[in-house]
Design a binder for this molecule. Structure first.
Ligand SMILES: [Zn+2]
Length: 359
């Protein structure tokens, strides 16, 4: 077999390979799935690398960076396939800054944070918002509000909790409190977090279902295979609440929720007690505006809430949803229409979407 035959065969093999289109498209979704190496340069890359697309006859594919190195290739200096993906490295930087904000007495300034991360203030601001959905300042405000919520159930008085959460002027706190807690601080302390939660576990066509409600409304609809794990999940989510099971008066609610899960198109008339950060609440509200039988992508939801960069944070809010089906996170799919993940299992997501499509 002569050399031009070898080249033609190699090119044909690469062009047939399902990984080749991802190389041509520099598809970041393929990063981590495989690496490609270029025989002429001796370098290997991630699929998303910005380097010039190699000729197909020069390409070989590897499952891992280690496999590419074993085959004698060295890591590209541009896409650094030997390091964790850029988005993970950035996430680690942002996570570190989040811890810094949480531990600081007074919220650090943008310039202090940028100095810590070794980035420009502008770049840091953009990066932080892309990963958390919030600016560093809004994040500091949100964490302080969380400390306050926790403090109001643990501290002796509202005033003490206000100071423990880092508010130095309680006048300012009271101005902010209604927005943060959705009610006044005293009422929150009296009822909110330590309230009673009634729950029941039943079966529906999707498996085990746990329905829970506070005095304000449904606060959890959890789906799964194992009723015990559902109960543990409820305990984790409402660690401060008194959980009360087997209340006969609650059966009617469970029946309505099960009926709703079987046929989401009929709607749910029960009140919801939706608990989450301000950002999560905006995402969940946007999800509730997707009609049964329709879907939206994570980036569409990010656009609808006015934060097109916050796609990852939107996905995070979907994963944190405690009210399956009632907050229809199952109607969020990838941009290409594929299902992606679901807090309660992709099989359940598919079943729900099929059900709604047929409704
Ligand atoms: Zn590269």
């Amino acid at each position: 077999m002569n050399a031009s035959n070898v080249i033609a065969r190699r090119a044909a093999a690469a062009l047939r390979d399902p990984r080749w289109p991802a190389v041509v498209a520099r598809d970041p979704a393929a990063d981590g799935e495989f690496f490609y190496a270029v025989r002429t340069t001796g370098v290997y890359c991630r699929p998303s690398c910005g380097a010039r697309t190699p000729r197909p006859e020069n390409v070989e594919f590897h499952r891992s960076a280690a496999a590419a190195e074993q085959a004698g290739f060295r890591a590209c200096r541009r896409c650094r396939p030997d390091l964790p993906p850029l988005v993970e490295r950035q996430a680690a930087v942002v996570a570190e800054l989040c811890r810094l904000i949480e531990q600081a007495e007074a919220p650090p300034t943008l310039h202090q944070l940028a100095g810590q991360a070794g980035l420009s203030a502008h770049h840091l601001h953009r990066l932080f918002k892309a990963h958390t959905g919030l600016t560093p300042k809004a994040y500091a405000v949100a964490r302080r509000a969380e400390r306050l919520r926790a403090g109001l159930t643990a501290e002796k008085s509202v005033t003490e909790a206000v100071f423990a959460a880092g508010y130095n002027a309680s006048g300012r706190f009271y101005a902010e409190a209604a927005g943060i807690l959705g009610m006044t601080a005293s009422r929150y302390r009296a009822g909110g977090a330590a309230a009673e939660i009634r729950f029941a576990i039943g079966q529906c066509s999707l498996g085990a279902i746990l329905v829970a409600a506070s005095e304000r409304g449904l606060c959890a609809i959890l789906l799964g295979d194992d009723p015990e794990l559902l109960l543990r999940d409820l305990q984790d989510r409402f660690a401060k609440a008194r959980l009360i099971g087997g209340d006969a008066g609650f059966e009617r609610w469970v029946a309505e929720v099960v009926g709703f899960v079987e046929a989401p198109g009929i709607g749910l008339t029960l009140p919801l007690d939706i608990r989450g950060t301000a950002f999560q609440q905006r995402v969940w509200q946007a999800l509730r505006e997707i009609p049964a039988g329709q879907t939206a992508s994570y980036s569409e939801i990010a656009r609808r809430i006015g934060q097109p960069q916050a796609v990852r944070a939107v996905a995070g809010a979907c994963a944190a949803n405690a009210l399956a089906v009632a907050i229809p996170c199952h109607r969020v799919v990838r941009t290409d229409g594929s299902l992606s993940g679901y807090r309660w299992g992709v099989a359940r997501k598919r079943a729900l979407l099929e059900r709604e499509g047929g409704a």
